[in-house]
Design a binder for this molecule. Structure first.
Ligand code: ATP
Length: 236
């Protein structure tokens, strides 16, 4: 499957937040969006998720170029707003999302198996009884949820806080494994250039529009990159 984005424009009132963005993500590929604060990365993701109005074309194509049907997009947000002191466990949270049964009725055996199967995909079955609010591995649980049922396109907004370096490393190893074994198309927003260098197949540098795209080294060595991150005082 291929995600094709052509000439996307997004306005927030008078603010022209996204100006003619075009790019593609192929299956079995990680494309990373980078850019300084306010570059439009979140807005672009919101357009892809259908959360903001946009002009332009966003379409999904099969490998032989026909419009793909029943496309599923999995999304892992940068953070989840919830009461961290709540006793809700990982299993309760996953069960509430994966079944229609109210949590106070308990988790059925079938749903429990589904939850454990989902957690196994991101190697975090051992977290099932832990309170959701106490986890440093929350992103891994959110990834497990985004993968159930399996998406064609996975959109990841990199967590910027509450995850230690080891956790982040193993999170990206899992994402990379998913790319290789499930041939998913993956779009990742990242501020961590080391992660981008090691895991991205292609990089799109945003500054209102995509000012440069290509393999990581080509983008990092470009004038546009220097201008965004050094000259204009942006940070990665
Ligand atoms: P960051 O890395 O800081 O999250 P970003 O690259 O995700 O930034 P966006 O949040 O998409 O950038 O913002 C793009 C532009 O749109 C900015 O000028 C921002 O101020 C503006 N913007 C974003 N959301 C809104 C909104 N809801 N209403 C008005 N303007 C907005």
């Amino acid at each position: 499957m291929l995600l094709e984005v052509k000439d996307i424009q997004v306005y927030y009132g008078a603010i022209h937040a996204i100006k003619g963005v075009s790019f593609e993500v192929n299956e079995g590929e990680i494309v990373t969006l980078i850019g300084a604060n306010g570059a439009g990365k979140t807005t672009l993701i919101r357009a892809l998720l259908g959360q903001v109005e946009y002009k332009g074309v966003i379409r999904h194509l099969t490998t032989d170029g026909r419009p793909a049907a029943d496309v599923r997009t999995g999304y892992v947000p940068q953070q989840l707003e919830f009461d961290r002191s709540s006793p809700v466990t990982v299993t309760d949270f996953m069960a509430a999302s994966l079944s229609r049964r109210p949590v106070f009725l308990g988790v059925s055996k079938k749903t429990r198996e589904k939850v454990m199967g989902a957690l196994a995909r991101t190697h975090c079955e051992k977290l099932c009884r832990r309170a959701l609010g106490a986890l440093s591995e929350l992103q891994r649980v959110l990834l497990a949820l985004a993968l159930t049922p399996q998406p064609d396109l996975l959109i990841l907004d990199e967590p910027v806080s509450g995850v230690d370096q080891n956790g982040l490393e193993s999170f990206y190893q899992t994402v990379d494994e998913l790319k290789r074994t499930n041939h998913m198309a993956i779009l990742l927003v990242s501020h961590d250039l080391d992660v981008v260098r090691r895991y991205a197949d292609r990089v799109a540098l945003m500054q209102g529009t995509i000012v440069r795209q290509g393999d990581p080294e080509t983008v990092f060595d470009s004038e546009e990159f220097a201008q965004v991150f050094y000259t204009r005082g942006g940070h990665v």
